[in-house]
Write a protein that binds this ligand. Structure first.
Ligand code: PMP
Length: 441
């Protein structure tokens, strides 16, 4: 069990052994705290629990035999290259192919401005590493991606949330926050945004607001980091035009094959203005020397030989069906004051509990009833969000989604009865940024 030290740090213990090095960690390590809900999620991964918590893509829908043959063929024919070190920037041919993928979102890019990274998570880490000194401000939607908040905390950034609604970030709120921070002498290093099918809110920044956000940031000298792992997983119509498509100088774009192919390859990328690109390559080399040549070439081979656009359509249809099941189950089972967003793509629904209910207090009861979700507090740097929860529909089969929502509704009904009898449910103390771990990200 974790313990609290004199100076408020968590002392990790293994069995009964207290961490003997606790006073020697760098200051930045204090920002790295495991979520209190982690232990519960170990229980939540049991088969009898319906997990609406995880953000895991449904990789079973891939033609796994074809991928297997492709990998075997790669080693047989190009083994000495695939198993050798590669360049810090990434395989040149894959970088060209990445430009083809980005073209679907209106981006015209030179492959020389692309850096291949270990998932877009590493791109996030590198961009934070090269921009953030302790105390620097990062702007982010409230709520925002838990993995990004963990990275910002690790580099001791001060995260300031920008309000959003069902159409994404609110431009007036962005402009006012930037103005207030800058006049108070804060250094805003960048706006981190997930404009399309946001994690966790499931909402998308509309076209008019995209122009406003670009204009506000450009006017006030704020770099934009556009994180777009779900952009091609829309359920209706053509992909949204990326922010980067309309501004190549002030936007760093992060992309990933984790959701359109598979996260196990760990292939993502950053597309950055030239000077930032140079820094990213140096940071990449210092972190890992070079990305895995093997997985880069495997992804390259997949893109060159397989109908990858068709595969994306398969994923879109699969996730659309699961989204529909989740929405219709919420409509069927949830009490009147429970509300939720209706995502047009991606993996997540963001739900709001009736007044007086707390999602973190609810989680142990939900797990006891064999259903799990991620409490909203994990998605805010300041620990707010207690009335919210993220429900994901990407991984469970539709009948499991329906059963999971039914169980969750039962737990909420019960909590409402407790609330109406005894008042608001109690909220556990929140400490630091939750980091629920990769399977939940
Ligand atoms: N950004 C967002 C918004 C995500 O949801 C995720 C993963 N869930 C990532 C980045 C990281 O993904 P990966 O490293 O697998 O590309």
């Amino acid at each position: 069990m974790p313990q609290e030290s004199d100076h408020g740090q968590t002392i990790a213990t293994q069995g009964s052994r207290i961490d003997a090095y606790v006073d020697r960690y760098a200051a930045r390590a204090t920002g790295m705290v495991a979520s209190e809900v982690r232990a519960l999620f170990a229980v939540a991964s049991r088969p009898e629990v319906v997990s609406l918590a995880g953000g895991m893509p449904y990789v079973t829908a891939l033609p796994l035999d074809v991928v297997g043959e492709l990998v075997a063929d790669l080693i047989a024919k190009r083994g000495p290259v695939a198993l050798q070190y590669g360049s810090g920037q990434g395989d040149p041919h894959l970088r060209e192919q990445i430009c083809d993928v980005m073209r679907l979102e209106g981006i015209e890019a030179n492959s020389n401005d692309v850096v291949v990274t270990v998932g877009s998570q590493q791109a996030l880490d590198l961009i934070t590493r090269i921009f953030i000194d302790p105390g620097d401000v990062v702007l982010a939607e409230g709520p925002s991606y838990v993995g990004a908040l963990g990275t910002f905390a690790a580099y001791q950034a001060k995260v300031v949330h920008i309000a959003m609604d069902t159409e994404g970030i609110i431009p007036e709120s962005l402009a006012q926050t930037i103005y207030a921070l800058q006049t108070a002498g804060n250094r805003i290093k960048f706006l981190y945004t997930i404009p399309t099918f946001q994690n966790p809110a499931g909402v998308t920044l509309n076209t008019a607001r995209r122009h406003q956000v670009l204009e506000i940031c450009q006017r006030s000298g704020v770099l934009i980091v556009e994180d777009n792992p779900y952009g091609l997983l829309g359920f209706d119509g053509e992909p949204m035009r990326a922010l980067r498509a309309d501004n190549a100088d002030d936007v760093v774009y992060l992309g990933s094959f984790s959701k359109t192919l598979a996260p196990g390859f760990r292939v993502g990328w950053a597309l950055a203005p030239h000077a930032i690109r140079d820094k990213l390559v140096l940071a990449m080399e210092s972190a890992v020397l070079s990305h895995s040549s093997f997985t880069q070439l495997a992804v390259g081979q997949y893109l060159a030989t397989q109908p990858w656009r068709e595969q994306i359509k398969t994923f879109q249809e699969l996730y659309r069906e699961r989204r529909d099941t989740m929405i219709s189950s919420l409509e069927a089972f949830m009490p009147a004051d429970f509300t939720w967003t209706r995502p047009g793509g991606g993996f997540f629904v963001w739900a709001t509990l009736p007044e007086g209910l707390d999602s973190k207090a609810l989680l142990p009861r939900a797990v006891a009833e064999r259903v799990a979700f991620v409490p909203g507090t994990g998605f805010f740097a300041d620990g707010s969000g207690a009335r919210h929860m993220r429900l994901s529909y990407c991984y469970p089969e539709p009948d499991r989604i329906r059963e999971g929502v039914r169980r969750l509704a039962g737990v909420i009904e019960q909590e409402l009865r407790v609330r109406d009898t005894f008042g608001a449910s109690s909220s556990p103390d929140h400490v630091g940024v939750d980091t629920p771990g990769p399977d939940l990200a």
